[in-house]
Design a protein around this ligand. Structure first.
Ligand SMILES: C[S@@+](CC[C@H](N)C(=O)[O-])C[C@H]1O[C@@H](n2cnc3c(N)ncnc32)[C@H](O)[C@@H]1O
Length: 230
């Protein structure tokens, strides 16, 4: 779609953490009114029930550039495009936002409910008592791991961490923080598939987590509890 000043315009929405009951009314309306709706296949599944006339443009990591080129090409022909991001837009979703921003003149952002907010709700932690770290980055995971150790050691806040499927997952991260000098007795929780029917949570010590040999879901969030809330 072109804006009043003639520039190209795309709407990006956050679709929430999986259960489409967490899709906002604004995001739902954008999907209902769109000519094209683009996003990773699992993300599109959340909004699929609300698509009215839109052409769906599913993308995968390998073809996301081509799919966005195609969809933005349609925008230049006057169509409206909604790009869908998982959870909230401002939580570890920058790569997708940047890919869209590089292609158009204006983006309209409709935030969503993040999986991080659900993890806070489930663990009864307020945002002001938490610090957030993501390993879900292509570059910079090493410095994020250093920050993680720093905040756990400091012990002033609960640390909410997004692991990185599948090379930096909960058991390996737990083993790594013990190696970096964190006590194995520190208490933590791993949430998997929040808001899905098969949602799970596991709580225990960091050393118990390090010993887990079963696989964790790609939708996993770790919370390292601050010592006095153990
Ligand atoms: C690329 S990040 C995007 C996060 C997203 N923007 C958000 O606000 O939830 C994807 C990571 O978020 C976490 N995640 C997303 N949805 C989740 C869910 N329903 N349950 C647990 N973790 C989830 C996982 O760590 C997953 O690997």
């Amino acid at each position: 779609m072109t804006s009043q000043d003639g520039g190209t315009r795309v709407t990006i929405i956050g679709v929430g953490p999986g259960d489409n009951g967490f899709l906002t009314l604004k995001a739902k309306q954008a999907v209902e009114e769109a000519d094209l709706v683009a996003g990773f296949a699992t993300v599109l599944n959340v909004v699929r029930p609300f698509v009215k006339n839109a052409e769906l443009c599913p993308m995968a990591y390998r073809d996301q550039e081509e799919v966005l080129d195609y969809a933005v090409g349609k925008v230049k022909q006057g169509k409206s495009l909604v790009v869908c991001a998982w959870g909230d837009l401002n939580v570890s979703a920058k790569e997708l936002l940047d890919r869209v921003r590089r292609r158009v003149d204006h983006v309209d952002l409709i935030p969503g409910i993040s999986s991080v907010q659900i993890a806070l709700v489930r663990s009864g932690i307020s945002l002001e008592h938490a610090v957030f770290v993501t390993l879900h980055v292509r570059d910079g995971a090493e410095s994020a791991l250093e920050e993680l150790v720093h905040y756990i050691k400091e012990g002033r806040r609960n640390v909410v961490l997004l692991p990185r499927p599948y090379d930096l997952m909960p058991a390996g991260i737990a083993a790594g923080v013990i190696e970096a000098g964190i006590s194995g007795d520190r208490q933590m929780t791993v949430f998997q598939r929040l808001t899905h029917d098969d949602e799970q949570s596991w709580s225990g010590s960091v050393s118990e987590c390090a010993a887990i040999t079963s696989d964790f879901s790609d939708l996993s969030i770790m919370v390292f509890h601050k010592p006095d809330s153990d």
